[in-house]
Design a protein around this ligand. Sequence first.
Ligand code: ATP
Ligand code: MG
Length: 295
Amino acid sequence: MFWQSMFDEMLDRNGARSGIAVSFRIIRTDIKTSRGAFPGRLNSIMESKAVFCLANQKGGVGKTTTAIHLAACLAKKNRVLLIDLDAQSNASSIFLENDCPVELSVHAVFREKKTAAELAQKTRNPNLDLLPAVMNLAEVETLLAGAVDGFFRLNDALKSSSHDYIVIDCPPNLGMLTVNAFVCSTHLIVPLQTSKFSLDGLRGILETTNTIQKRFNPKIRIQGALLTMFNGRTGIAQALGGPIAEFLHVFETKISQSVVVEEAHLMHKTLFEYNPRSKPAKQYEAFTAEVLNGL
Ligand SMILES: Nc1ncnc2c1ncn2[C@@H]1O[C@H](COP(=O)(O)OP(=O)(O)OP(=O)(O)O)[C@@H](O)[C@H]1O
Ligand SMILES: [Mg+2]
């Protein structure tokens, strides 16, 4: 991809290529041991207590579902901003009744350098604000790849944010929008389905996080992997749970596969609104508690 060659070119120019750990294991160790050990290179983040980024370039692993429910659960006691960076707008559609005009969406952060304070929209939950996505968000990938500040626009937009927590739902790729999210995040959470393909995708995430941490955002760390759509009865789920834990902290809470999740999405509701007693609703509450305990 274009941004990747730009990124590589930039690293080569700075003589940093040799510093990038290439082996899976080295990357893991590097990220875990380097927590907080960097001088701030980026004129740093907003006043929020934490910025959570839900990322995995593999599609359909539960990023959006997790972003929605982490944000909604945090919003029970805190002021939260949910940022939808996926052109599919799935997270936005849970909270907005109508499509958002492009000039009021997160698109304007990247195109017109507007701030989150200018764009954040109220939702039916008084503690939860939303920076919605729109379909043509994908076009900003090209725009950002050609801009000198292309990696930093989201970070710049969030500097004036007064929310306690920010939750970012990333698209299923490691393009410029995801890099923008990594540059301003403090905690990366990787939703994983216990399948071989999800494991394959981990390498790209670890490499990207490692590079971002070294070059732009020393504060980012991988908080852990969340097993979603989990069915403990299947052989593959049992067999692969262990190998994932070798590379990443795995949250103790797992999110079960359940039809209630699809139903809630179809009704444009969170699980806490649609069926708060359901197993996944309880599991997302337990997961949020685990996230907060790990800060
Ligand atoms: N625990 C679950 N049980 C059953 N279905 C689920 C569960 N979690 C998510 N889903 C369903 O799986 C699909 C993918 O989930 P989701 O949209 O959260 O993944 P994603 O990683 O954001 O996808 P994308 O990469 O396309 O953005 C959705 O249809 C969602 O309703
Ligand atoms: Mg999604």
